[in-house]
Write a protein that binds this ligand. Structure first.
Ligand code: PLP
Length: 397
């Protein structure tokens, strides 16, 4: 049996009440929802003072809003970042970082497998703007070291990667990027800052689909970028032009979700590890992709850089795609729905969910094995999820 998650010390964010010296409006304990598009000024002189930087405040929600600021500051504390900026979705965050850093002739390297639409965005839109996009065959430092010579503007890595949970040696990626004058951008949606804080390992920027673990309840769509204050300030200006802002109500839900991030991810990681260990012993299972298992190619690195191994796993069945379809339909607890990281478990035959337009062969051409099941572990108890899998595997046997 693999060892249990080590040193899972949760940085439980304190409430934004007056203990920390910050006071919310009317001493409200939660950060209130400023459900407004715009902010008023008392006079032209007041407006001029604001524009001249002589008084602080808010102007128009596309440029900022106190509810957004409360969620951004909680995320910065979790990530150990100078600053963060929220977006309307994870894709808005990823694409905005690419727009900010890349231009005609610049080279972007995607380290192996990534979320499908990150790759699609790079291959279709960025290529149209003459960005030189290179997708490496594997999420490893070795693949990177074999990449073509020449300047690189951005190295983008998903850690852990979707869907086989690869965990490359982050510090070596950072060193490689520094030596090439590239920015290292890490999408650490699957880990969340509870398990991995990429900036501490040398990444320049962290991006999240906050729709997943950060929000945690499948009731919001959001994205986030964390990094240095000057870079985030530049993104704020860009966001005012591109406009993919998060709404105040969504930011409130996200802020509330992040308060329980630590306990949720701790529980999900513990259950996922036990499920992965259970699954790997079953005769119907060909292999399990979970960095908490010693059999995972990146187990050692994951142990080094992650506090535990997360709530997402994937596995392949000996019976192939037909067995995968039947298992997904036989399971009674996990819902069949896109996404992951919520309180309810979700299970999908991954290529059918995420590559339906390309079919199983098209997905395979993208490196996604037919029959791969992706399982997002929710907050249900381990025994119930295991018994459900026992029954599902019995049905397909
Ligand atoms: N990054 C990763 C790793 C994802 O899994 C996803 C979505 O599944 C995204 C980015 C995009 O996020 P969103 O769906 O919030 O736009």
């Amino acid at each position: 049996m693999s060892e249990p998650p080590k040193n899972l010390k949760i940085t439980e964010p304190s409430a934004d009440g007056n203990k920390s010296g910050r006071r919310n409006a009317e001493n409200s304990l939660p950060a209130p929802i400023f459900q407004t598009a715009t902010f008023t000024f008392d006079s032209t002189a007041d407006l001029a003072a604001f524009h001249d930087g002589e008084s602080e405040g808010y102007f128009y929600t596309r440029y900022g809003n106190p509810t957004l600021a409360a969620a951004e500051s909680r995320l910065s504390r979790l990530e150990g970042a100078e600053a963060s900026l929220l977006y309307a979705s994870g894709m808005a965050a990823v694409s905005s970082v690419f727009w900010a850093l890349l231009g005609p002739g610049a080279r972007l390297i995607l380290l192996g497998e990534t979320y499908r639409h990150t790759r699609d965005f790079a291959e279709s839109l960025l290529s149209r703007y003459k960005v030189d996009v290179e997708i490496l065959p594997e999420n490893t430092i070795d693949a990177l070291e074999k990449a073509n010579e020449g300047p690189v503007r951005v190295l983008f890595a998903e850690i852990p990667s979707n869907p086989t949970m690869r965990v490359p040696e982050l510090e070596r990626l950072a060193e490689w990027a520094r030596n090439r004058g590239a920015k290292l951008v890490v999408d650490s949606t699957i880990a969340s800052p509870v398990l991995l804080r990429p900036l501490e390992h040398g990444a320049d920027l962290v991006v999240h689909s906050a729709t997943k673990f950060l929000g945690g309840h499948n009731d919001l769509l959001a994205g986030a970028v964390s990094g240095s204050r000057p870079f985030i300030d530049a993104l704020v200006e860009q966001q005012a032009m591109l406009g993919a802002v998060i709404s105040p109500h969504t930011a409130f839900l996200l802020e509330r979700g992040m308060k329980t991030l630590g306990v949720r991810v701790e529980r999900q990681s513990e259950t996922a590890l036990r499920l992965a260990e259970f699954l790997r012993e079953q005769k119907q299972i060909k292999c399990v992709h979970y960095p908490g298992l010693e059999s995972h190619p990146d187990h050692k690195t994951a142990r080094k850089i992650m506090r535990a191994f997360g709530g997402l796993l994937s596995f392949e069945l000996n019976g192939g795609p037909d067995a995968a379809d039947r298992l997904v339909d036989s399971l009674r607890i996990p819902v069949l729905a896109a996404g992951f990281g919520g309180t309810e478990s979700q299970a999908e035959h991954h290529p059918r969910m995420a590559y339906a337009d390309l079919g199983l062969e098209g997905a395979q051409a993208r490196g996604v094995v037919p029959g791969l099941i992706r399982y997002s572990v929710g907050l249900e108890n381990f025994e119930a999820l295991r018994d459900d899998l026992v029954e599902g595997l019995r049905i397909i046997d």
